[in-house]
Write a protein of this length. Structure first.
Length: 164
């Protein structure tokens, strides 16, 4: 049996929000969907766009642009919903996130990922796993389990309508 020489390589799904490239661990990505009708949920947080029906299950959809303090933009033909698993307090939550465009699945060696800088960052670094580099571009690797607080996820989960 051949030994595995790729022990330190992880796979990440890359996507764009504005000009910034982000990445998620592919193990937490369930699927990528074209944008469909999103049903708005009254009195939900600003970053929550509403809910969608995914094969009979109600899935909340969040706008990471709003969560990260970026300006809202019009959806395009490239806009996608990334359906992901978020683990918090021992529970698994399914959440869709709007992305301006989804790119590739990349193999990145964990030694090529540096810790997020503590000073001068646009975003709260506690939900950034690290910064990777692809050619001359930086990729912000998100820790999706830490992007939302348990209170925010509870709000998203509790405010779902009877049917989407």
């Amino acid at each position: 049996m051949k030994s595995d020489t790729r022990k330190s390589v992880s796979q990440y799904l890359t996507f764009k929000l504005g000009e910034e490239m982000f990445a998620l661990d592919v193990a937490q990505v369930r699927e990528i969907l074209d944008v469909t009708t999103i049903t708005k949920v009254p009195r939900s947080p600003d970053f929550m766009r509403g809910v969608i029906n995914v094969r009979g299950s109600i899935v909340p959809v969040v706008d990471l642009r709003l969560k990260f303090g970026l300006p809202v933009v019009e959806r395009t033909v490239d806009t996608r919903i990334v359906v992901m698993e978020i683990h918090m307090d021992g529970d698994m939550n399914i959440v869709g996130a709007l992305a301006d465009a989804v790119h590739d699945v990349l193999d990145m060696d964990t030694t090529d990922i540096e810790a997020a800088p503590k000073l001068g960052a646009k975003w709260n670094t506690e939900f950034i796993k690290g910064i990777g580099k692809l050619d001359e571009r930086f990729i912000i690797i998100l820790d999706v389990d830490r992007v939302f607080s348990s209170g925010e996820l509870a709000l998203v989960s509790e405010k779902q309508p009877e049917a989407a």
